[in-house]
Design a protein around this ligand. Sequence first.
Ligand code: UDP
Length: 492
Amino acid sequence: MVHLVEARHNVSLDDYEGVANLSRAVRDLRQEARSLLPALQGRRVWMINSTSRGGGVAELLPPLVALLRELGVDANWLVMDADEPEFFRLTKRLHNLIHGEGDPNLGETERALYDRVSRDTAAAAAHHVAPGDVLVVHDPQPLGAGAVLRRTKEIAAIWRCHIGLDRKTPETRAAWRFLDACASAYDHAVFTAPEYIPSCLAGRASIIHPGIDPLSHKNRDLSVHKLVGILANGALIRAPGPMLTPPFPQPAERLQRTGNWAPATEPEDIGLLHRPIVTQVSRWDRLKGFLPLMQGFAALKRDLPGKAGLRDGHRRTLQLARLVLAGPDPASIQDDPEGREVLEELRRAYAALAPDLQDDIAIVVLPMSSQKYNALLVNALQRCSDIVVQNSLQEGFGLTVTEAMWKHAAIMGSQAAGLRQQVRPDLDGCLVADPEDPRAIAAALDGLLRDPWRRETLGRSAQQRAYDDFLVFTQVRNWLVLIAETIRARWP
Ligand code: UDP
């Protein structure tokens, strides 16, 4: 029902501090922690979520818990499970409703199921949680259990909601009506963007942004040799000669003119190492805006011959530029019919393009069998990109953008709420007004491609912003501050 999970994270604060461009962030964190820690002395902190593997929250918790522990906080991680599979179907439904989708009719049956599992989970968690402890509950699944514990024990409880929509709909209202019965028990709630805070929690919620781990395979620095090795081993470039390391077990694959998939080095090298590259890496989800991005890029290329008065450098950049649309291998998304549908839509749109446009657009699937190799391929791809795009129609936060900002890419995003949290327009990147308008996309891409100096300036600012606000250290610091404040308010 509830089990204790070890937070495995094999990088220590000393490791981070040993890296030149991270040492200041770590020193600042340690210093701040010293002043906040007295408030947490003698208290245990429990993070509770519903899975130890897969999904953003399960990835975010190990470094968070491990770094808090290293700083001297008695932080622990509990994972809930439920005997009744209908419970997770209901919480998935609530998840979708918070995103504005699904059937908003939640009745007595749903209430009874949610409350029953919440009571059982609370009873199991009660063996771990003692008076004076602080509970940090992640997402709707354990929300009810946390509420029961907060109402029956002398503890403090914070609810961390990782999801949200930036407008109210009948669906979101239904979800919040249902969840408010539990959320109201908490001392405080945390969201990713102010727009996501429901009225029932207004005044009792604050914002903590997710953070990325700068030494993870997804984000760590890659030497030129490593970068080339990864691209060649993963079949994203043709090996320029004998390679030190063997090919990855599975190659990245590129959609071919025939409609089939072949290693991404076919029918020719994409040109990641020498052409201007525009990239979007995402799940194959309609809300990620892949199709309009492809149409926008195609429009930019089609318009080129008719454009008079372009500088030589500008024209050459547009001639050579290539678009890479990358996402997970469809074999890994068997249980994701929408993913396959989106890929199929892209396949049809690609098949209808003129051959020279097909050469300039690479739809690529990245192998998912090894998390490490997948992460390294995403890392290498982002580092080869002059522009990293996230053309989302909706975006909770958009870690792909955080990752690319850290790698000082020029970002082209949309106005989706999560992206607005990160990218200050024309300072850290550019935000296209309408992600479904290929003309607007083409114009925004052109604005970035024509001006290398602007790309450089935007990229530099983006990296600084990621350093200041979106690395794991800031996240840990914000949690320390919030936990200390919650304790002070709960036990004045
Ligand atoms: N990602 C990946 N491999 C892929 C596609 C995406 O590792 O083939 C990663 C991407 O680097 C990012 C995460 O999946 O870390 C997506 O997070 P984001 O917040 O951008 O969007 P979400 O998928 O949660 O909607």
